[in-house]
Design a protein around this ligand. Structure first.
Ligand SMILES: O=C(O)c1cc(=O)[nH]c(=O)n1[C@@H]1O[C@H](COP(=O)(O)O)[C@@H](O)[C@H]1O
Length: 296
C-alpha cells in the first residue's frame, strides 16, 4: 500500500474515500491498564507494545481510521512514545488514516511546534490528522490549521465533547448571544468553505449528547467531518446518531475504543467486532444521507 504523500490530496477527500470504501468507523487505540490486564498483559512497555501491534495488525488493513490515544503512551515516557511512533507509521503503511488523539492547544507560537510534531512529514509522529483544543481561542490554532491545509492533513477541533463537564465551558453564552461551541463550529465552517467533497477541519461532537445539543443553538453544517466519540463504553449507540446529528449525520465519523478493544486479544474477534460496528454504522449513515435535508 502506498502511503498518501503530503501535499497530495486534502485530508477531507482522503477521509471521505476511506469511509466509503472501508466503512465509517474510527477505532481508538486506548491501552488502558484495565484492558492490558484483561488481555493478560503487564502494565508495562512490553504489554503496551503487544497490545498496540495486535490492534494495528488486526485493524489497520480494514478500518478507515485508527486513533491512538497519546496519553496511554506518554505514561511510559520516551519508550511509550517510541511505541506510538511505530504504531502511527505502521498503521499508515497498512492503509489506515491515523488520527493522533493528543488534544493539543496552546498559544500560537507554541502551537506551531505542535504542528511540527504531528503534521510535518519529517516528524516521527507525522499523522494524517490531530485532535486539537480551541479553548485558548480558535485563532491560537492558526499555525496548525495552516499546516494542515498546506500538507493535506486534517484537524479535529473539540467543539462539544462527550463528557458531562464539557457543557460548563462549551455551552457558555457569549455577549453576542451565541454559545462558545456554536462559535467554534462557525469558525470550523469558515475553514471548510468551498471544500469538496468534505473539508479537512473536523469537529469533535460527542455521540452521548442527545437532546442537550439542540438546546445549545449549534449548527453542525460545517462541511467537515464530525468525530463522534462516546459509542460503546460511554453509552451511546449507532442508533442515537440521527437524533444527535440530524441532517449532518452523513458527515459523522463514529469513534469507538473500548467497545471494540474489549474483544481482544484475538485478532479475529477484533476484526469481526470492527466489521460488525462498521456495517451497522454504514447503514445508519446511508439512511440519514438519503433523508430530506441531508445535504449539509
Ligand atoms: O477527541 C476524542 O477522541 C474524544 C473527545 C470526546 O469528547 N470524548 C472522548 O471520549 N474522546 C476520546 O475518545 C476515546 C473514547 O474511548 P471509549 O469511551 O473507550 O470509546 C478516548 O480516547 C477519549 O479521550
Amino acid at each position: 500500500m502506498i502511503q498518501p504523500a503530503p501535499h497530495q490530496e486534502p485530508f477531507g477527500a482522503r477521509l471521505r474515500r476511506a469511509m466509503d470504501t472501508r466503512g465509517p468507523l474510527c477505532v481508538g487505540i486506548d491501552p488502558h491498564p484495565g484492558l492490558l490486564a484483561d488481555w493478560g498483559l503487564g502494565d508495562d512497555v512490553e504489554g503496551l507494545e503487544r497490545f498496540t501491534f495486535t490492534v494495528v495488525e488486526a485493524l489497520a488493513g480494514q478500518v478507515a481510521v485508527l486513533k491512538p490515544q497519546s496519553a496511554f503512551y506518554e505514561r511510559f515516557g520516551s519508550r511509550g512514545v517510541a511505541v506510538l511512533e511505530r504504531a502511527v507509521t505502521e498503521s499508515r503503511a497498512a492503509g489506515a488514516l491515523v488520527l493522533t488523539d493528543a488534544k493539543r492547544g496552546d498559544i500560537g507560537s507554541t502551537m506551531s511546534a505542535y504542528a511540527d510534531a504531528y503534521l510535518d512529514p519529517a516528524s516521527p509522529l507525522f499523522s494524517d490528522a490531530l485532535t486539537v483544543s480551541p479553548y485558548l481561542g480558535f485563532g491560537s490554532l492558526r499555525p496548525a490549521v495552516d499546516r494542515a491545509h498546506a500538507g493535506g492533513c486534517g484537524l479535529f477541533v473539540l467543539a462539544l465533547t462527550s463528557n458531562p463537564e464539557g457543557a460548563e465551558v462549551q455551552h457558555a453564552v457569549r455577549e453576542d448571544g451565541r454559545s462558545v461551541a456554536a462559535t467554534v463550529l462557525a469558525r470550523i465552517a469558515e475553514e471548510n468553505a468551498d471544500a469538496e467533497p468534505l473539508g479537512s477541519v473536523g469537529a469533535v461532537v460527542g455521540a452521548t449528547l442527545g437532546g442537550t445539543l439542540h438546546g445549545a443553538g449549534v449548527d453542525l453544517a460545517v462541511n467537515g467531518p464530525l468525530l463522534a466519540p462516546g459509542i460503546g463504553a460511554q453509552g451511546a449507540t449507532a442508533a442515537d446518531l440521527p437524533r444527535v446529528f440530524g441532517a449532518a449525520t452523513r458527515n459523522v465519523l463514529p469513534s469507538i475504543s473500548r467497545g471494540v478493544l474489549r474483544h481482544g486479544p484475538s485478532g479475529k474477534l477484533l476484526r469481526e467486532a470492527a466489521r460488525t460496528e462498521a456495517e451497522a454504522l454504514a447503514e445508519v449513515l446511508a439512511r440519514a444521507g438519503s433523508a430530506p435535508g441531508a445535504d449539509v
